[in-house]
Design a protein around this ligand. Structure first.
Ligand SMILES: Nc1ncnc2c1ncn2[C@@H]1O[C@H](COP(=O)(O)OP(=O)(O)OP(=O)(O)O)[C@@H](O)[C@H]1O
Ligand SMILES: [Mg+2]
Length: 261
């Protein structure tokens, strides 16, 4: 075991495969013997099902853990009041993360009202503090799945994460969002910004995308369109265990991320 702390945020346009990639990578790192914390930063919260947690175990998101929010931040969730702006959150995963496979645990953040208006409500303060302080958490690997667009927590994410995986598919709009996110991530100061071209069909031209993205990314990786994924939905576990074609690329991406540290 080593002391490496891999902190990866996964971003991209809606529906391009962010949650799928987050879950596949969680398994890839855990299979390398590393302890993984998967963080669901999407209010729609479907990382649990994707990691293979059955729906009969509903998870209370952190944004609804009122006693914890009160303990750490003060103020009244949704209403404000006096707040502690730099709470010690090192215990958050030990208290609220749920088991999600061997060496994998999952922390569900939940939704924050009015996040877009930059509100300083206690839930927002707590979640952004956690995202900015991932170094305090013991897990060797932290993977953050995000909703489409990560502007709300951009600054906090930049403090807590040193690798951004920007996912795209072949569509014009997804590629355009990927370019914007690359600029945003680099402006924020995230060290390694990597493009993942997902759902590539055989015959797709990676050279064309490489030209279009020239200078924007540290590296460009591709993932094949893999029929195993929709067939096994929602869980990726059979995909991982069955060594489906996509796993080869996911493993190689995990190795690349490890090599950067
Ligand atoms: N490489 C792939 N091959 C085939 N299907 C894929 C692949 N990657 C993802 N998918 C499928 O694409 C769909 C969308 O994936 P996913 O939910 O991971 O996207 P998302 O970016 O997280 O979406 P959202 O923005 O709604 O959170 C799912 O049905 C998933 O199984
Ligand atoms: Mg998703």
């Amino acid at each position: 075991m080593n002391n490496r702390k891999i902190r990866v945020v996964v971003a991209g346009k809606g529906g391009v495969g962010k949650t799928t990639l987050t879950a596949l990578l969680a398994h890839a790192f855990s299979r390398r013997g590393m302890r993984v914390l998967a963080v669901d930063g999407d209010p729609q919260a479907n990382l649990a099902a994707t990691l293979g947690i059955p729906a009969l175990h509903p998870i209370t998101p952190l944004s609804e853990q009122k006693a914890y929010i009160q303990e750490k931040i003060g103020g009244v969730p949704g209403r404000g009041g006096f707040m502690v702006l730099n709470p010690d959150i090192a215990d958050v995963a030990d208290r609220f993360a749920v088991p999600a496979g061997e060496r994998i645990r999952l922390l569900v953040m939940g939704g924050v009202r009015n996040a877009g208006s930059g509100c300083l409500c206690p839930e927002y303060t707590l979640i952004s503090t956690i995202l900015a302080s991932t170094g305090c958490l013991p897990d060797e690997v932290i993977l953050l799945d995000t909703p489409a667009g990560l502007e709300h927590f951009g600054r906090a994410v930049a403090q807590g994460f040193n690798c951004a995986l920007i996912v795209t598919d072949a569509s014009y709009n997804a590629r355009s969002v990927a370019r914007d996110l690359s600029r945003l991530a680099r402006q924020c100061g995230i060290r390694d910004v990597i493009l993942v071209f997902n759902r590539m069909h055989s015959g797709s031209d990676l050279k064309e995308i490489a030209e279009e993205m020239e200078g924007l990314f540290l590296d460009i990786r591709s993932m094949p369109h893999d029929p195993c994924l929709p067939r096994c939905e929602p869980s990726v576990v059979p995909v991982v265990e069955g060594e489906c074609p996509v796993m080869k690329r996911v493993n190689s991406l995990a190795e690349f991320i490890l090599s950067r540290d």
